[in-house]
Design a protein. Sequence first.
Length: 146
Amino acid sequence: MYLNKAMIYGNLTRDPEKRALPNGNSVCSFSVATNRTYNDKDGKKQEQTDYHNVVAFGKLADIMGQYLQKGRPVYIEGRLTTRSWEKDGQKQYRTEIVADNFQFGASAAGAGVSAGGGNTGPADDDKAPAMPDYPEEDINPEDIPF
């Protein structure tokens, strides 16, 4: 059995571009930035940013094109694909995540909303839950008891 699954959570780097294919289906494309923090060989904290191209088709493309916007956090599930074409006699390649599902990330108010949901609770539940206190320092794997 083979597996091709991609899951990313990051911020949109630009507004989604929505267009129609010749057969009438919708397609939406955008990119998402993800950050990774690590310690280099000298022990200094470093941050690396990666950019991921995302494309969606059909109804999902319509929803993404309507509600996503630059700077918003988003969770994307999909599969990796690489397409190729020729431009000026040179072969070009582009690796993308073809989205199967997505969820909106936390909004500016701090509450998360999923693609199929929203706030369905009573007005008293509008407050976002308090964030737990996470330690400031990195966790040392040798301190984990298992």
